[in-house]
Design a protein around this ligand. Structure first.
Ligand code: 2P0
Length: 332
């Protein structure tokens, strides 16, 4: 199944119709997975091997404005800077936009502004593609429901399917070949005391993309066969933790889930190690603080930086131990 087949099914009679408006603009938050998406059952459609569960970061994310232009080519402006259309970022974006227009007949000016620290490894592609899909929905006047927008965002980047909602979000893995049942939904629960600290230990770009690392893990890691069962257990525990506001269950499960994901990466060949020495030092500090009674946990994505998980009651203590961490309150 090709991406364009999915777009055709979702848009129906609106497929490849001209935009009803001149411009569309939308914001989407970025998200951090508490139970990770790691491994695809379909590379083309970004269909996951397992479900995943994330928390969206409120006002941290991306804003996309897409305008019909009379130029011959797309123009991409990222954080007020014109981006060369030959770089991989632009190529990926343009080929995504090509799914929605008769090629060559329509050029866009795409302005993306992001308030996510690029270095934070906060899957900027998630907020980016989600905001672009919402902006296209406005531009074309499709009036799609959020599940359909989630499917379209997934075609851009897997984790983008979760960025259509605020709060806790579950991405259903789906079983269909065309992925029409693989979209995200919001979990209604709110948890105002829930805090996240972005602990940046390095702002260097990662050597191995998550796309490549995922593929390598699935293909070569002997531990990967244990991953789907781990996700089943963790997902159930995280849902219980959210429903019962059991922070220790949530923190423990999220941290263990992230460490298991990284264990599969270490056992891939060639091995992938996203941690640097500062990452390990920070982990040891967190474990020591926890041994001393502080309710602090972490999660780690495809990069060296950690996201601290804690409750508002411990905010001042966390800030004394991690003065450089940027504190976010997703439900504030
Ligand atoms: C996640 N990550 O659940 C996992 C955990 C990184 C570590 O989703 O190839 O950019 O575009 O579907 O979504 C990052 O991978 O990958 C990611 P593609 P994506 O957040």
């Amino acid at each position: 199944v090709k991406k364009s087949d999915v777009v055709q099914v979702i848009l129906g009679t609106q497929y490849l119709q001209a935009p009803k408006n001149i411009t569309g603009s939308a914001f989407a938050p970025t998200n951090i997975a508490l139970c990770k998406y790691w491994g695809k059952r379909d590379q083309e459609l970004n269909l996951p091997v397992t479900p995943s569960l994330s928390i969206s970061l409120g006002k941290k994310g991306a804003n996309a404005t897409i305008t019909v232009s009379d130029a011959t080519h797309d123009e991409i402006i990222l954080n007020d800077q014109l981006v060369n259309t030959d770089v991989p970022f632009s190529k990926r974006l343009i080929s995504f936009l090509n799914l929605f227009r008769l090629s060559g007949t329509l050029a866009f000016t795409i302005c993306i502004t992001s308030n996510i620290p690029i270095a934070a490894g906060l899957a900027s592609s998630a907020a980016g593609f989600a905001s672009i899909v919402k902006a296209l929905n406005g531009l074309y006047g499709w009036q799609l429901d959020t599940s359909s927008l989630s499917i379209l965002a997934r075609l851009g980047s897997g984790s983008a399917s979760r960025s259509l909602y605020q709060g806790f979000v579950e991405w259903h893995k789906g079983v269909r070949k065309d992925g029409m049942d693989s979209f995200s939904e919001a979990i209604r629960e709110i948890w105002p005391e829930f805090c996240i600290g972005l602990l940046i230990v390095s702002d260097k770009e990662k050597g191995v993309s998550s796309r490549e690392a995922m593929q390598r893990t699935v293909a070569t890691s002997a531990l990967y066969s244990a991953w789907p069962q781990k996700v089943t257990t963790d997902l159930a525990d995280i849902k219980i933790a959210i429903a019962e506001k059991d922070f220790n269950l949530l923190g423990k499960t999220a941290e263990s889930n992230a460490l298991t994901m990284h264990a599969t990466l270490l056992s891939a060949w060639p091995p992938v190690n996203y941690a640097i020495s500062e990452t390990i030092q920070a982990m040891q500090k967190i474990w020591q603080l926890r041994n001393n009674g502080l309710e602090i946990y972490f999660t780690q994505d495809a990069g060296p930086n950690l996201k601290l998980l804690f409750l508002q009651k411990d905010l001042a203590t966390i800030q004394t131990h991690f003065p450089t961490a940027e504190i976010l309150q997703p439900f504030a």
